[in-house]
Design a protein around this ligand. Structure first.
Ligand code: KIV
Ligand code: ZN
Length: 524
């Protein structure tokens, strides 16, 4: 096994995306295999150097995801996480076997707090575990990364010895995580500088950052690391990740691009794919992007006040430090309407970066025609929501056919629902406390289950009262969590479809997986 990541250029920063691993550790962000594949494809298109696809020992689902992504992605290095123990490392190597370029990522905590209370290991035993685990991993994979978990709260002397030992045992990348999001830019800058100055063999490895966002400093800390010699940044799309998340990929990459004058570093990222990646991750996980989020928020390029609008008309640079196009927000060059044909629709999909097979294209086109009949203006966001929805529902066993709802101030509200289950049409009439409740009761009648509703979320895809509603439904059953999504101009229809989607996914999960294992992030 070899790696695609060989930065000869001193100023090239490796982008290591961990949306599928650290990102998936966000409560409620669980993704199925198909969803992980879709995200991996967009990450490859984005030009991510390393995709951390999962933690293969954690569950069969994680193993399968890493293995499947290793088979299909060719232009990025595929990475699997492992604790500093042989079964983890061997399982990661097994999952990564089909990869064109692979990496095993081993982590072990080095802070006094973690060593004493979590690992219950003395420092000499930790040091030996670093050497043994990296040595074993190097026998199975050329590209090994070692991470000092809770690195920012570790004693410097001990951290230096561990980093040196990891490199001597064969680690090509040494990662210094701010696991609990505790550090500050100056402190992290000093830490990276200290390692580069003190570890004698540091020139034989890439130093990496991995910053969490508990104090909102993850991006600033990562950039401070880069300015002081780190040449890999670990990050996630939309800053998804444990607790307050990880450093956001789009913010790191655009900061390096926009402030190249201060930070003369390059990445291999095709920034025009950022918006699509952000939308896909948000739709799949059901984690909305806040409107004022840097780079990818709905308002990131909106200029509301009169003074700003006036400035923009005179010269865009007065209030715009990067163009919307540079992150993939297209100024629609091709407008679609109800008279648009299949070719125009296909061209629009290509413009937005989607390539669909013939059947999927036909299904999506039919839905587009239906949407164009009901909605005056079709925006790019509508097309993206429609296609993402079509792809997400392609494998559903239970399909939505029709819904009639009686709503209004005089209850009870009533829903008449028709579904197709394994090719057979079934229907139900139910009442409820409001139209959504009535609809969900009708779904439950046709698809009985014990799952708990964790989230029901509605957002508008665009402005206007005829906007499509994008609905996420999160369900939990025996520790398994799934997200269902759908978009439709009718909020209740979108709600029904999202609920059915979640139940379809839960049914697949029940069949495919044993109850989720609780793999602790410890060494033993
Ligand atoms: O935050 C952290 O320390 C991690 C490690 C597993 C790298 O995610
Ligand atoms: Zn982390």
């Amino acid at each position: 096994m070899s790696s695609a990541v060989e930065p000869r250029n001193q100023n090239r920063v490796i982008i290591f995306d961990t949306t599928l691993r650290d990102g998936e550790q966000s409560p409620g962000a669980a993704m199925n295999l198909e969803e992980k594949r879709r995200i991996a494809f967009v990450l490859e298109e984005l030009g991510v150097d390393v995709i951390e696809a999962g933690f293969p020992i954690a569950s069969n689902g994680d193993f399968e995801a890493v293995n499947e992504i290793a088979k299909t992605i060719k232009n990025s290095t595929i990475c699997g996480l492992a604790r500093a123990r042989a079964p983890d490392i061997e399982r990661a190597a097994e999952a990564l076997k089909p990869a064109a370029q692979s990496r095993i990522h081993i982590f072990l905590a080095t802070s006094p707090l973690h060593m004493k209370h979590k690992l219950q290991m003395e420092p000499p035993k930790v040091l030996q575990a670093v050497i043994d685990s990296v040595t074993l991993a190097r026998k199975l994979c050329d590209d090994v990364e070692w991470s000092a978990e809770d690195g920012t709260r570790s004693e410097h002397d001990f951290l230096c010895r561990c980093v040196e030992a990891a490199i001597k045992a064969g680690a090509r990348t040494v990662n210094i995580p701010d696991t609990v999001g505790y550090t500050t830019p100056q402190e992290y800058a000093d830490l990276i500088k200290m390692l580069i100055n003190r570890v004698p063999n540091i020139d034989q490895a890439i130093v990496s950052t991995h910053c969490h966002n508990d104090l909102g400093l993850a991006v600033a800390n990562s950039l401070a690391g880069v300015i002081n010699g780190a040449r890999q940044v670990e990050c996630t799309i939309n800053g998804l990740g444990e607790r307050a998340g990880n450093a956001a990929l789009e913010e790191i990459v655009m900061s390096l691009k926009v402030r190249h004058d201060l930070m003369p570093f390059t990445t291999g990222i095709n920034t025009e794919v950022i918006m699509r990646a952000s939308h896909l991750v948000s739709t799949i996980t059901g984690f909305p992007v806040q409107p004022n989020k840097a780079v990818v928020g709905a308002n990131a390029f909106a200029h509301e006040s009169g003074i700003h609008q006036d400035g923009m008309i005179k010269n865009r640079q007065t209030y715009e430090i990067m163009t919307p196009q540079s992150v993939g927000l297209t100024k629609t060059s091709l407008k679609l309407g109800k008279l648009s044909g299949r070719n125009a629709f296909r061209s629009k999909l290509l413009e937005l970066g989607y390539t669909l097979g013939d059947n999927a294209l036909t299904e999506a086109f039919n839905r587009f025609k239906d949407l164009a009949d009901r909605k005056k203006d079709i925006f790019d966001e509508d097309i993206m929501a429609l296609v993402d929805d079509e792809v997400a529902h392609a494998h559903d066993r239970v399909r939505f056919i029709s819904l009639e709802v009686q709503a209004g101030s005089k209850g009870p509200q009533r829903a008449t629902l028709e579904l197709e289950i394994d090719g057979k049409k079934v229907s139900s009439v139910a009442t409820g406390n409001g139209p959504v409740d009535a609809t969900f009761n009708a779904v439950k009648d046709l698809m009985p289950h014990q799952a708990k509703l964790l989230l029901y979320q509605v957002s508008a895809v665009t402005a206007g009262t005829d906007a499509q509603a994008e609905v996420t439904v999160r369900l939990e059953e025996n520790g398994r969590t799934v997200n269902g999504q759908s978009a439709d101009p009718d909020t209740i229809v979108a709600s029904a479809r999202a609920y059915i989607h979640a139940l379809n996914k839960l049914a697949i999960k029940r069949l495919k997986t044993a109850p989720p294992e609780d793999v602790q992030m410890t060494a033993e």
